[in-house]
Design a protein around this ligand. Structure first.
Ligand SMILES: Cc1ncc(COP(=O)(O)O)c(C=O)c1O
Length: 383
């Protein structure tokens, strides 16, 4: 179905920060398959783990114990301080589990018409409930009737949420991205998540953090929310978890734990041996190579470089980043930059029409980063 509009290029091979097309040209990838290949393409250690697992046992279903899945759950809980994990196959499905947990939580509190609050400009997925949670009317167009029980407040606005709390006694959970990715790398005030945590505690709401894009060390900590020293009740992950092998996870702690009981939720593929082995190896490499620290340092280096090269460029409104979630906001729509940089053999993305969004692999070298900064800066200056 024509749900995508692919760019005129066909990749057949990858290696580290590079993709190779069917004509023999190579491209520097500053997007990592939309924050998925955090370790770069065709990472040999992940490749070995996948091939070893594929030659041993790919799938059994969750009717049986899965060793790799249990090890992965333990590792995720160790790194996040969470207690339980449900495994799915994508970000939308991980959020779907979170939404079901919020509904169960409501019913345990005798709230029959629960409301989950999300932010405007958020993105949570394309299933019916996650597109309803998403704070962007465009993704909902033509898909009504939409599920009930969602409302939106402006992002990074605690006062708006406090006001809503006064008006609506059916709120049971807040689902928020620690940094908004799809809408252009929106980074909230330093204490936003801390205030959210306090507000959720005050009203007995679940704090549910969508770390699908911001997790897996991309911002300089394993989870972006760890910069704030807070723990959510529910955390969702996907994207870079399997470095390209589809896997999602919904993690719970505290009062969110134990709400999904035996038989109340499930997935045929979720956390199967192959996906779990890929994720375990991905996390092992993130820890082994200290990639959270690398993301922090490289992000700082790239942002400083852009600030220098674009210092005199009046079309640049803002250059912002947390680790390797990088956004360059321009004063007018700049969608043409995607094709222009493709012609220069560089893969980038433009969000919200006027924000260059970069999500390079955590393993990108300084030299590759210099190349990326120089191509993008030249294109922006030449506009
Ligand atoms: C923050 C966030 N949540 C959820 C999703 C949906 O993930 P998926 O496309 O794997 O369903 C995305 C995808 O871009 C995302 O960035």
């Amino acid at each position: 179905m024509p749900t995508y509009a692919p760019l005129p290029v066909r990749f057949i091979k990858g290696e580290g920060s590079w993709l190779f097309d069917d004509k023999g040209d190579k491209y520097l990838d500053a997007l990592s398959g939309i924050a998925v290949c955090g370790l770069g393409h065709a990472n040999p250690d992940v490749g070995d783990a996948i091939s070893k697992q594929a030659n041993t046992l790919v799938h059994t279903s969750n009717l049986y114990h899965i060793d790799q899945q249990e090890k992965l759950a333990d590792k995720l809980c160790e790194l996040t301080g969470m207690h339980d994990v449900f495994f799915a196959n994508s970000g939308a499905e991980a959020n779907e589990a979170a939404i079901k947990i919020a509904r169960r939580f409501a019913h345990s509190q005798q709230i029959q018409n629960p409301v989950i609050v999300t932010a405007t400009n958020s993105f949570h997925g394309r299933t019916l409930s996650t597109l309803t949670a998403t704070g962007n009317p465009k993704v909902k167009e033509g898909f009504g009737p939409l599920p009930e029980g969602f409302c939106h407040v402006p992002y990074d606005d605690i006062a708006a949420l406090e006001e809503l709390a006064e008006q609506n006694k059916n709120i049971v959970a807040v689902l928020i991205e620690p940094i908004q990715g799809e809408s252009g790398i929106n980074i909230p005030a330093d204490d936003y998540l801390n205030k959210l945590r306090s507000l959720c505690d005050k009203h007995n709401w679940l704090l549910m953090l969508d770390e699908i894009q911001s997790g897996m060390a991309r911002t300089g900590r394993f989870l972006a929310s760890q910069h704030n020293g807070i723990k959510a009740d529910v955390v969702t992950m996907a994207k870079a978890l399997g470095n390209g092998v589809p896997i999602g996870a919904c993690l719970t702690s505290g009062k969110a734990t134990g709400l999904l009981t035996t038989g109340s939720h499930g997935s045929t593929f979720g956390g199967n041996p192959l996906a779990s082995a890929a994720a375990l190896k991905t996390i092992e490499i993130i820890e082994r190579d200290n990639l959270a620290e690398r993301a922090k340092q490289l992000g700082e280096y790239i942002a400083q470089s852009f600030k220098q090269t674009l210092s005199d460029c009046s079309s640049v409104i803002d250059i912002r980043h947390k680790g390797l979630m990088i956004g360059i906001e321009l004063n007018s729509p700049c969608l043409e930059l995607v094709m222009q940089s493709l012609e220069k053999k560089l893969l980038i993305n433009v969000a919200a029409n006027n924000i260059v969004r970069l999500l390079p692999p955590l393993t990108m070298s300084d030299e590759e980063a210099d190349m990326m900064v120089s191509i993008i800066s030249e294109l922006i200056i030449a506009r």
